[in-house]
Design a protein around this ligand. Structure first.
Ligand code: NDP
Length: 288
């Protein structure tokens, strides 16, 4: 029997509707509207699409959005000065710096310049540390979305064998942390992993965050496993596919997320969730 679909698009829509209600409630109680400052540097077409989708979702949910579309030639000090301004602006609760940044800008330095209290993407070392401690303030959006998708199946994570393929700071490592804190037994794989298919076949929960089109085949998947596909890859014929060979794997998995319509929409919904949570904290703590 083919796997059941983890419908990220539908889950994201429901999440965004719930967020929009919370925005209305927060505003009526405190006069605070969640505010997101978005920094897009240069004219990378993929980044422009991501930013457009994120801003649109914020508008629909009733957020205040401050848009910084900056030339690729902006100097690092000028960019840092704009981020400092957003850090100090009480209307802003979340700051998003769309990556990649141009090569003359030190991305690490810029991400560390974002106030940890407004770090909507959860990339600041302070927030990564809190995540490792199991007491996160901001959880990175894609990993947070991945875990919500797994939880949406209703299958308990506790006690399960989980395998995460990919060890990036933005996806693989934080996904592993979140699963560890939910009491899964987690193995993180990467390009030097020996006999990757055998490791993957042990997984009750398999998360693919590799960046290689249709890399995970059915013979790498345990019968009935829950498979979440983070990858976004463009084929030569223009089709968008994930890191999982959806057609073959769906015949073996118990649950599977599609691409498109899986993790991507959830990532945007989690950016909204993080910004709303920051605004709620600001309202209760009475701080910037
Ligand atoms: P990175 O390139 O930073 O990391 C890829 C990881 O995959 C690395 O750890 C790498 O190992 C590992 N890897 C590469 N090739 C192999 C292989 N043959 N066998 C085993 N492991 C391998 O990518 P990201 O984590 O940033 O992104 C991963 C994918 O997720 C991309 O397709 C990206 O577009 C997508 N993505 C999707 C998002 C969404 O919203 N849906 C958000 C963010 C990313 P090593 O460390 O050894 O090099």
């Amino acid at each position: 029997m083919p796997a059941q679909l983890i419908d990220g698009k539908r889950l994201a829509q429901a999440t965004r509707e719930a967020i929009a209600k919370d925005v209305t409630e927060l505003y009526s109680q405190s006069g605070i509207r969640p505010g997101l400052a978005v920094f897009l540097v240069g004219d990378n077409p993929a980044s422009a699409v991501y930013v457009r989708n994120k801003k649109k979702a914020c508008d629909i949910a009733g957020f205040y959005v401050e848009d910084h579309a900056l030339p690729a030639t902006i100097s690092q000090p000028d960019l840092l000065a704009l981020i400092e301004k957003a850090n100090a602006d009480p209307r802003i609760h979340g700051i998003l710096v769309q990556l990649p940044l141009p090569p003359h800008i030190d991305s690490g330095l810029v991400l560390r310049a974002v106030s940890p209290m407004k770090d909507a993407d959860g990339f600041h070392p302070y927030n990564i540390g809190r995540l490792v401690e199991g007491d996160p303030v901001f959880t990175p959006c894609t990993p947070k979305g991945v875990v919500r998708m797994i939880e949406s199946t209703g299958i308990p994570i506790e006690g399960k064998r989980a395998v995460v393929i990919g060890r990036s700071h933005i996806v693989g490592k934080p996904v592993a942390m979140l699963l560890i804190h939910r009491h899964a037994t987690v193995t993180v794989c990467h390009s030097r992993t020996k006999d990757l298919p055998a490791v993957c076949r042990e997984a009750d929960i398999l998360v693919a965050a590799i960046g290689r089109a249709q890399f995970v085949k059915a013979d790498m998947v345990k019968e009935g496993a829950t498979v979440v596909d983070v990858g976004i890859n463009r084929l030569d014929d223009g089709r968008l596919v994930g890191d999982v060979d959806f057609e073959s794997v769906r015949e073996r998995a118990g649950w599977i997320s599609p691409v498109p319509g899986g993790v991507g929409p959830m990532t945007i919904a989690m950016l909204l969730a993080n910004t709303l949570e920051a605004a709620q904290r600001a309202a209760t703590e009475g701080r910037v």
